[in-house]
Design a protein. Structure first.
Length: 456
């Protein structure tokens, strides 16, 4: 009888020869029941997960073997993988909530070990146990945004439920391991000339495994009286100078456009005035502190120069990729990623998992956009990917912090390979994409089923 092979089976077959994809194979049911083998012969791995504690993951987990086959058991269940060869296999538990810690029992030894190696011996069956302990904890990021003159030189003190940390006048601090629920967040030690707007203390709501942000806005009045003039000059050198110039802002509120090599003059309050330059092209860097503080005498004049150096545009990688077969529609085991990320920490990324539908009816997503959402960021950029690419120079790895639709912030790592011959000489293979959230163990990786990755 002629057998019809579905595209997902073909993807799994390719995965057996080292071309892993993110497809969900027919041997990967949504419940941990025994299924027919992918192949009619071979050995078996049984992966058992046991969850204890509180605030269990309501969506259960995913168990992966060799980054090729997966099953989706509930919080307490077992997954059976048949048709495997004897020897070593990579086994991982993913989609674990951020408030849960995974430990593993392998050959009667318990350790934090995920993913890990499982060996199938002569018995042709190996069993491994994942123990997941969940607790109701999360994190709280407290930021400060200070404008005005004569800013507090020593910064402030932030208190969360009586626990104190120092914070800069324009900065942030993170409190970790907080119980879920509302927490009182207070700002103190501000100079007498600086006043916080809005409520103080504020209330911050911590979610299990999430990262919540609270921001205090302050303004500082001049300690003295009178005003003077403040002339700001820009000096730009290098290559590919910014054709549109910049914006210079004093005291956090008073702004003027300024040429790449030019001057503007402000009437400024007497006292220490912060001066900052923005709108700087990605290939240009402001030397020294930005902002810098300039004292303006009453009835007098002050000057300052901001030096900018420009070079070649920073390394970057961009792409629109899909992992998984089928359309990007709710309920399909498909993930899509749009990104344009540069080595200087600028850019944007959006990822959507169409198989994970939230109670709101929308699929799970992650967005990093430092311009629209300053709490999100790209924290590291590595211009090679030795662990994922046959030619490491065609790879990129970057780390970021993104926001989910419910407001939680998550840290993640992306690894890509631009090995498509369409994108330049030297390429000899296919593109690769990997997205991984360490806290919670969420990961998706493989050869894109559509789209392209371009390293610049």
């Amino acid at each position: 009888m002629k057998r019809t092979v579905k595209p997902s089976c073909l993807a799994a077959a390719f995965a057996m020869f080292g071309l892993a994809t993110a497809c969900n194979d027919p041997q990967s049911p949504k419940s941990p029941t025994r299924e027919a083998s992918l192949l009619p012969w071979g050995a078996t791995i049984v992966a058992v997960n046991t969850t204890t504690g509180s605030d269990f993951d309501p969506n259960g987990y995913e168990i992966w073997v060799d980054d090729a086959w997966s099953q989706a058991p509930p919080d307490n269940g077992a997954s059976y993988f048949y048709g495997l060869s004897q020897g070593d296999h990579k086994v991982a538990i993913n989609m674990v909530a951020a408030n849960c810690l995974v430990t593993a029992t392998v050959n009667a030894v318990t350790a934090v070990d995920n993913p890990r190696n499982v060996s199938i011996g002569a018995t042709e069956t190996a069993t491994t146990n994942f123990d997941v302990a969940c607790a109701s904890v999360g994190s709280l990021v407290v930021g400060t945004n200070t404008t005005g003159v004569d800013l507090d030189a020593d910064g402030y003190t932030v208190s969360v439920d009586g626990s104190n940390q120092p914070v800069a006048t324009n900065g942030n601090v993170t409190f970790t391991g907080l119980a879920t629920g509302n927490h009182s967040v207070a700002l103190s030690s501000a100079a007498q000339n600086c006043t916080a707007s809005g409520a103080n203390p504020q209330s911050g709501t911590v979610t299990a495994g999430g990262m919540t942000s609270v921001t205090f806005s302050l303004s500082c009045a001049p300690i003295g009286s009178g005003s003077g003039s403040l002339t700001v000059t820009t000096s730009t050198t290098g290559y590919n100078l910014d054709p549109n110039g910049y914006t210079v802002t004093i005291d956090g509120t008073n702004s003027q456009p300024i040429a790449t090599n030019g001057s503007v003059t402000f009437t400024a309050p007497a006292g220490a005035n912060p001066v900052a330059l923005s709108g700087v092209a990605a290939n240009c860097t402001v030397s020294g502190a930005n902002a810098q503080t300039v004292p303006v005498p009453a009835g007098g004049a002050a000057t300052t120069t901001l030096a900018v150096t420009c070079g070649a545009p920073p390394p970057a990688v961009s792409g629109h990729v899909q992992l998984g077969w089928g359309s990007a529609a709710p309920g399909n085991f498909v993930q899509t990623f749009d990104f344009d990320v540069r080595a200087d920490g600028t850019g944007r990324l959006t990822g959507t998992d169409w198989s994970d539908i939230h109670p709101s009816g929308k699929p799970a997503s992650m967005t990093t956009d430092p311009v629209a959402d300053p709490a999100t960021s790209f924290t590291a950029y590595r211009n090679v990917s030795p662990s994922k690419c046959q030619d490491p120079t065609r790879g990129v790895e970057f780390d970021g912090v993104g926001r989910e639709p419910e407001g939680d912030l998550r840290s993640y790592t992306v690894q890509v390979c631009d090995d498509d011959p369409r994108n330049g000489p030297g390429a000899s293979g296919v593109d690769f994409f990997s997205f991984y959230i360490a806290v919670g163990g969420y990961g998706r990786s493989g050869i894109p089923t559509s789209g392209d990755i371009v390293k610049r």
